[in-house]
Design a protein around this ligand. Structure first.
Ligand code: ATP
Length: 263
C-alpha cells in the first residue's frame, strides 16, 4: 500500500488503529491512514462501510474505542481544542441560522473562529465562489449547490490545515461540482490537506491524489487511483466488472468490494 505521500514529510492528519463501535456493533476496525499537506485524500466505500464514523471520530463527534488521531500534531483526545482549531468541517445548510443573510452568517462564523472579516473581505469570499449576488439572501433561498459553496467558505474561514468534507458534491450539477473541485484543489495547492468521502468514482479519479477503500469497517486498499487501477486491472473480479473495455476505478472498487448491495 502506498502509505507515503511525496508532498510533505509529516502528516496533517494521522489516524492509527482506529476502532469505533455503536454498542456491540463494531463499525470501524483498525483503520490507519495519513493525509499530508498538499494532498486530497478520498475515503471510498459501500454504504455502511464506516466512512462517516471515521470522519466523526476525527471531528471529535464520537469517542473511539481505541486508536489515536492527530491533527496538525495535536492528539484529538488530549488536545481537542487545538486539533479542532486546525480543522474545517463542512456543515449542512440546516446548521445555519435561517433568519440571517449569507453575509451575516459568514461574519458570524468568522467571529466564532476569531477571524476579523470586514464587508470587503466577505464580498471577496463570496466572489471567489460566484455568489456575490447572494450576500443579502437567506440560506433557504439558495439552491443546493449554492448552499454547498457557502458551507465550504464557512468550513475554511479560519484557514484550517485540514478540511473534512462528507460527500460534498452529492446532488450537485456538473458545473457546481467542478467549482467545488476547484476550491478543493485551491486548498491542496496552498499546502492544506483535504479529506473527503465520496461515492463517485469519477470524482475520486478526478480530484483525489490518494484514496483508501474501506469495506466492513476495514481499509482494504490505499493508493493513488492510477496505481490501484494498474495493480488490479487483471484481477478476475475486476475484469468481470468492466463495462466498456477500459478498466476504471469503479471496476476496481467493485472487484475489491464485491457486487452485493449493502443492507
Ligand atoms: N449512531 C449509530 N448507531 C448505531 N449504528 C450506527 C450509527 N451510525 C452508524 N452506524 C452503523 O455503523 C456502520 C457504519 O456507518 P457509517 O455511517 O460510518 O457508514 P458510511 O460508510 O458513512 O455509509 P454511507 O455511505 O451509507 O453514508 C453502519 O452499519 C451503520 O448502520
Amino acid at each position: 500500500m502506498n502509505e507515503q505521500s511525496p508532498a510533505s514529510a509529516s502528516p496533517i492528519l494521522d489516524v492509527q488503529h482506529l476502532n469505533v463501535s455503536y454498542g456491540a456493533f463494531q463499525a470501524v476496525r483498525e483503520v490507519s491512514f495519513s493525509v499530508y499537506g498538499g494532498e486530497i485524500f478520498g475515503l471510498l466505500g459501500p454504504n455502511g462501510a464506516g466512512k462517516t464514523s471515521t470522519l466523526s471520530a476525527v471531528e471529535g463527534l464520537l469517542k473511539p474505542d481505541t486508536g489515536t488521531i492527530t491533527v496538525a500534531g495535536y492528539d484529538t483526545r488530549q488536545k481537542p481544542l487545538h486539533a479542532r482549531a486546525n480543522m474545517g468541517v463542512q456543515l449542512q445548510a440546516t446548521s445555519f441560522q435561517p433568519e440571517l443573510t449569507i453575509a451575516e452568517i459568514i461574519r458570524l462564523f468568522a467571529s466564532i473562529y476569531g477571524v476579523n472579516l470586514d464587508d470587503a473581505a466577505v464580498k471577496e469570499k463570496l466572489a471567489a465562489i460566484d455568489l456575490e449576488a447572494a450576500a443579502g439572501k437567506k440560506i433557504a433561498e439558495l439552491s443546493g449547490g449554492q448552499q454547498q459553496r457557502v458551507s465550504l467558505i464557512i468550513s475554511t474561514i479560519h484557514n484550517p490545515q485540514l478540511v473534512l468534507l462528507d460527500e460534498p458534491t452529492t446532488g450537485l450539477d456538473p458545473q457546481s461540482r467542478r467549482q467545488l473541485w476547484e476550491r478543493m484543489e485551491h486548498f491542496r495547492n496552498n499546502g492544506h490537506a483535504v479529506l473527503l468521502t465520496t461515492h463517485s468514482m469519477e470524482e475520486a479519479e478526478a480530484v483525489c491524489d490518494r484514496i483508501a477503500i474501506i469495506d466492513h469497517g476495514r481499509i482494504i486498499a490505499i493508493d493513488t487511483p492510477e496505481a490501484l487501477i494498474d495493480k488490479h486491472r487483471h484481477d478476475p473480479e475486476v475484469l468481470k466488472a468492466v463495462r466498456k473495455g477500459k478498466v476504471t476505478l469503479e471496476d476496481v472498487f467493485i472487484g475489491l468490494t464485491g457486487t452485493a448491495v449493502r443492507s
